[in-house]
Ligand binder design. Sequence first.
Ligand SMILES: O=C(O)CCC(=O)C(=O)O
Length: 263
Amino acid sequence: MTSPTTSLTKEQIAAFHREGYLVLDAITAQEEVERLRLIYDRLFSDKIGWASGNQFDLAGTDEGDQATLPQILGPSQYAPELKETRYLRNAQGMARELLGEEMLPRNGEHMIYKPPGIGAATPWHQDQAYHDPTIRAYGVNFWMPLDDATVESGCLHFVPGSHKLDVLPHHSINHDPRIHGLEVDDPEKWASKGIACPVPAGGATLHAAFMLHYAGPNRTDQSRRAYTLAFRLPPDQRETPIDNYWSRNQQTARAERAQQANR
Ligand SMILES: O=C(O)CCC(=O)C(=O)O
């Protein structure tokens, strides 16, 4: 069995900065993957975080019973044991190797689940399209599947070098402002340049903050569970904010629940 990677080689660091992504066979131990699957399944089956808008359907309007792309933001606030994982320790160390000592101590995290047979595609997008349009925040996302991620089950695809682009225009999935998930405009242009990155359970892909990426639908009868950790450098203020009309125009049930919860 492959041992977990705890640090990156010089070649991997150079490849990350050149291409914008890396693939690792193992970032944590299989025993931890097994423990994480139990926590993950509980969070989704109990709809933890739904009332506060932290759990929602990334590809839908939250109206039906069955979400096709459920996502949880900040899962460790509901399962504090997630703050003590080997995955987090290893990712933190490698993120520091990539970003340097300036890296912010607090990391972001989310989980995206593609249920067997019905898990929807995560369209081509840049993570920065979701974020504050007044700043430029460089960083790295670690994406660890808890099941072997294949092209058929929804592994990530990247466009090499696209992390050097600024934020491109995006729109809500299906051009429906009730849907939280974003898609870059003209996705076909990028799809033809995408490289699929299958990765075993407990392995990881790493991608830079502006990277164009995609994950296909889950066409298998197995779950595709994935857990993302995000590390950032202190942001630069932009002279001119991005016009992120795609987020301003959204009216999602998730945002409505978050507002209610904060009242
Ligand atoms: O898990 C997925 O389907 C997409 C993940 C992703 O886009 C991310 O974590 O940045």
